[in-house]
Design a protein around this ligand. Structure first.
Ligand SMILES: Cc1cc2nc3c(=O)[nH]c(=O)nc-3n(C[C@H](O)[C@H](O)[C@H](O)COP(=O)(O)OP(=O)(O)OC[C@H]3O[C@@H](n4cnc5c(N)ncnc54)[C@H](O)[C@@H]3O)c2cc1C
Length: 446
């Protein structure tokens, strides 16, 4: 049964607590602290799928491929200066819409909010080695990653752990050697701890946080193997809180600079980023409610009035003056897919039932807001339609219906749920989430 919540209505409700939702809420608080903001989120994901690197624009149009000229392989040559290629992006791309200033203002709020991150001088992409041996362009990266940037031409020792399959040191070294003009050697050692729940990255990080002696054991073990290497790469599992202390211990023992290599899920670097952002939300007075699914909305006369929330047992309606859709893309259910007739996928935005569009690759379903298309390209490394689909918006990031009119006067959309961008290939997921979140948050604060 649906009830009206007893909570007082908020000025702004943000649906989704990824990077886009967090930045929207923080930007509102930054520009107008008197407004009340409530963030509603599906579950406590803790950014376990986030690498901890902040990508803004890693590849240009050429690397991205298009529908007519699909890229046959993943791009290997990232761009150095993201700002230098903004002009080549489509006019509707969020970076073109907000301009270089808008992107820099969003990054400035990120920099102010999150400590322990660094950037190049000038502001250019750093190329970081990640767990699968790929090189990932990032405009902001944790300080613990910095010493490992590929541009630093130093003999490198990569250290893997026997029981931690998330990082294969030999594979990473082989891939790095293809690009590096310096020696890359590897060792694989036993984890300095036995974990009852198994050696997941999070469990190993917890062990480093809880047990200071592990730092010394690890440092001594590496010291036995190191030769002339001036830096040491380790998988990013060196504690949720204690990584700087582990680094210090290794540096003192081995006379070489350690660096962390970001891993896939469950990512410890992502969890560190999450902890900082959520602390900042709390300090800014933002209310965050997790473990709730926003399933629908209430509206009156072209304006949204509330969202319907279920926690699995009961439904409630939360009222607000303005609403922001920050639910992510296909991977997080921000855009839902089901198989339709003739093997086509039918896509849907499940919270506000917004029209789902893309780069003109689909045929609109005449009877509904839903889009029909084949969800994957013909070849694995082709441009993938599901990466382009999402909610189409006005220049103010207000969702548009199929006829081009604004769905609701008080609804905005940010981040990965937006249509028309190919975030994976261009290495721009985070920049788009930060930039659109910031732009919408600032506007709502006015
Ligand atoms: C499964 C997954 C895979 C990812 N893979 C990568 C990757 O390969 N590389 C990379 O750099 N980044 C990856 N990311 C991180 C993400 O793409 C980036 O952080 C990016 O910045 C997008 O941010 P966003 O806020 O737009 O969306 P997301 O980070 O996807 O956040 C969306 C949020 O909305 C919530 N949500 C969705 N539906 C509802 C609902 N109905 N009610 C309430 N809450 C809802 C979700 O729980 C989530 O908190 C991944 C994230 C996820 C979750």
């Amino acid at each position: 049964m649906t009830e009206h919540t007893t909570e007082s209505p908020a000025d702004v409700i943000v649906v989704g607590a990824g990077l886009g939702g967090c930045l929207t809420a923080l930007a509102v608080a930054e520009h107008n602290p008197t407004l009340s903001v409530r963030v509603l989120s599906l579950y406590e994901d803790r950014f376990t799928a986030h690498s901890g690197l902040i990508d803004v624009l890693g590849y240009d149009e050429q690397g991205a491929g298009t529908k007519d000229t699909p890229a046959q392989t993943l791009p290997t040559d990232p761009i150095e200066d993201p700002y230098s290629v903004f002009e080549s992006l489509p006019e509707t791309h969020p970076y073109r819409v907000v301009g270089e200033d808008g992107v820099q203002q969003a990054l400035a709020l990120f920099d102010k909010t999150v400590s322990g991150y660094c950037r190049g001088t000038p502001d250019k992409n750093g190329l970081a080695l990640v767990g699968n041996g790929r090189l990932s362009p990032a405009l902001r990266y944790p300080e613990t990653v910095q010493s490992g940037l590929v541009s630093r031409e130093e003999p490198t020792l990569l250290v893997g752990f026997d029981d931690l399959p998330q990082f294969d040191a030999a594979l990473a070294a082989a891939r790095l050697s293809e690009r590096a003009a310096y020696d890359v050697d590897t060792i694989t050692i036993e984890l300095p701890v036995v974990l009852a729940e198994g050696p997941t990255p999070t469990a190993v990080a917890d062990a480093f946080d809880d047990n200071e002696t592990l730092r010394r054991v690890l440092a001594e073990r590496i010291e036995e193997e190191i030769e002339t290497h001036s830096r040491i790469g380790l998988p990013a599992v060196l504690g949720l809180d204690s990584a700087p202390a582990v680094h210090e211990e290794i540096q003192e023992e081995c006379y070489a600079r350690p660096f962390e290599i970001p891993l896939g899920r469950p990512s410890v670097l992502g969890q560190r980023l999450h902890a900082q952002l959520f602390e900042a939300l709390a300090s800014a007075g933002v209310t965050v409610e997790q473990d709730c699914t926003v399933t629908g909305y209430t509206a009156e006369g072209g304006q949204l009035t509330g969202v319907t929330v279920t926690d699995g047992t009961a439904e409630q309606v939360y009222d607000a003056d303005a609403f922001v859709l920050a639910t992510g893309g296909v991977a997080t259910g921000g855009i839902q897919v089901r198989r339709g007739r003739q093997g086509h996928a039918v896509l849907r935005e499940p919270v506000f039932d917004c029209h789902v569009g893309g780069l003109g690759t689909h045929k609109a379903d005449g009877n509904s807001q839903h889009a029909r298309l084949s969800i994957t390209g013909e070849r694995l490394f082709d441009s993938q339609p599901f990466e382009r689909v999402g909610v189409e918006t006005s220049e103010q990031f207000q969702p548009l219906a199929a006829d081009g009119t604004v769905h609701y006067e008080n609804l905005w959309a940010v981040g990965e749920c937006l249509a028309g961008i190919e975030p994976t290939r261009r290495g721009s997921r985070d920049g788009i989430a930060l930039t659109t979140g910031y732009a919408v948050g600032k506007r709502l604060a006015e």
